[in-house]
Design a protein around this ligand. Structure first.
Ligand code: SF4
Length: 206
């Protein structure tokens, strides 16, 4: 298996300032943006949330008709379902936590549209909780580098990454792997030519 220092060093070399590319100014904005990012690019989500949050805060999102949300978030895809999620999330946050996003995994994972990955993103960014959120990029890169097996579930990938990387690096590595997958180790036509992981990479060998 590839030495972890080699992985960490190269990720630092490429993405030293890695951070979440979703734009948010309030805790609930990150939560909702992350829900919207399912099967959608961060760029598109940022365009939509900029409009959504300039018009509505968490309290108004809990009250307005769902069609008002739909008309704004339509570009992100599956907007009908996501609009229902947003209204329900806003309602539950207002009712239970005065509109704040709590550091409470159980509560967050009980919200519609919020799975383990979204929860990890939110807790790690808002509360510095050590976590590795496994999205499509992290999963692909992990499997190409044999940090996980091809048939591993997302949860298995997460567990293997948590075992492989030191805990104090989890959140940083998560952002770096996302960016590495998004901009270099792309799903189609990855930029392998000068990649320092070539000798360990199953995809490149194939
Ligand atoms: S060699 Fe190519 S496929 Fe392999 S990790 Fe590097 S960019 Fe990704």
């Amino acid at each position: 298996m590839i030495a972890k220092d080699k992985v960490l060093d190269y990720l630092d070399e490429l993405f030293f300032d890695a951070r979440c590319e979703l734009i948010y100014h309030k805790d609930y904005e990150l939560l909702i943006a992350t829900v919207l990012s399912a099967q959608c690019t961060d760029k598109r989500v940022n365009m939509v949330t900029q409009k959504l949050f300039s018009k509505y805060d968490i309290f108004s999102l809990a009250k307005i008709p769902i069609k008002n949300i739909e008309s704004i978030i339509r570009p992100v895809g599956t907007y009908t379902r996501k609009s229902i999620y947003i209204k329900e999330i806003a309602t539950r946050l207002v009712e239970s936590y005065g509109g704040k996003v709590p550091n409470d995994r159980e509560f967050l994972e009980s919200l519609p549209g919020v799975g383990r990955k979204t929860c990890n993103v939110v807790l790690s960014n808002l509360y510095n909780e050590p976590a590795i959120a496994v999205d499509t990029h992290v999963e692909r890169v992990s499997k190409r580098l044999k940090l996980a097996r091809k048939n591993d579930s997302v949860l298995e990938v997460e567990k293997k990454l948590m075992k492989y990387f030191p805990k104090d690096k989890w959140s940083r590595v998560h952002h770096q792997l996302v960016l590495f997958g998004r901009y270099k180790c792309k799903s189609i036509s990855p930029l392998c030519e000068d990649c320092k992981f070539q000798e360990f990479c199953t995809y490149k060998k194939r």
